[in-house]
Design a binder for this molecule. Sequence first.
Ligand SMILES: [Zn+2]
Length: 409
Amino acid sequence: VSDKWLQCTNCGATYDLADPKFFGCPKCSTETKRWPVEVMYDYDAIAKRLGSSPFPEERASIWRFADLLPVREKKNIVTLDEGGTPLTRIDSFSIPLYVKNETLNPTWSFKDRFNTVNISMARELGYDKVVSLTSGNAGAAIAAYASIAGLRALIMCHDQVPPLLYNAIQIYGAEVVIATKYGAQDLIVRLVQEHGWYPSIQMPVLYVAVPYGVEGYKTIGYEIALQCKDSPPDYVFAPIGGGDGLYGMYKAYKEFMLLGLVEKMPRFCGCQITGADPVVRAYREGSREQVRRDPVPTRAISIRAPISGDHCLSAIYDSGGLAIGVTEEETVEAVKTAAKGGIFAELASAVSIAGAVKAVQQGDVSAESKIVCLVTAAGVKWPEVLATMVPEPPRIAATMDELSAVVEL
Ligand SMILES: [Zn+2]
């Protein structure tokens, strides 16, 4: 009997860990609705194995949690010592916020956690090439991990990806094409089905999905739980694109409860930009069904999705959390104020902060609560967006006269 396997999130059918069901559970999926499979574990066996001193800190990377990750053979692990990011209190807002600062990962986003696991699994399953579609952050992470794994990587960038990011993806050694987003999904299906490529794409099945990477996001939740051992958070706010990040943290807490490592979980709250907010709309109607809709244009392209996964909506309801929409203007303010607290988040990441501030202002969340905000990626990766938030500095000849004309001495 195996201690790790795959299980359908709808009908419960089980599959071998090495049988990833990229197109969803074949037993219950239909033409219009495909159900993802996810990795499950024998928690009783893990609890026995962990003993009294689980998760040694001498391993800085997320692989200190290897018992709760899908890779079987240590030799297949591809790591850049990702994870282990700080939980930093910032006081630049009217309420104290704790920022889980994922900008400090090797490619400056939480996608490193997904890809250290997913690319390690590609190696374990014997693939030699990996493909994805990206708004930027995922592509950089995939490219870096595929390179050190010795795998070929093809990254299709959607046409709003800035030059900095598509060039960064190339410097890590990946092949890049720039394609319109929704047609490119169909190409990925064909590359996976007909040409033997391994997908590095989120867990919910839209056209094609992979169940392993979300397990890497669990490690954000494990780390928050360990970092807050003496004073657990009441709320965790997270940006939602596909929804894997929020779901991963929720699953982490569920597992830690099963293992007797924490007593309760925080309320998980999902944040989206108004007009690109399928989860917020469903939450407002009390529904578990999202409606697919073309999202409005936004500079927060990392989370601009026509529909997110059902799994993150379930995590919000089951944890007693909420979903909240924020405007792009509110999010720009959050970026600026967080930066005054020393943390420069990308616009899409800062929806978690904007959402937390708004939830407190509206009275949905008590100002006395301990609030953690997940900041998923760094602002420096988006120079064009940054340039829209600050003025062009004055240029002068270096004389006192000219200096005193533009600044107060
Ligand atoms: Zn099923």
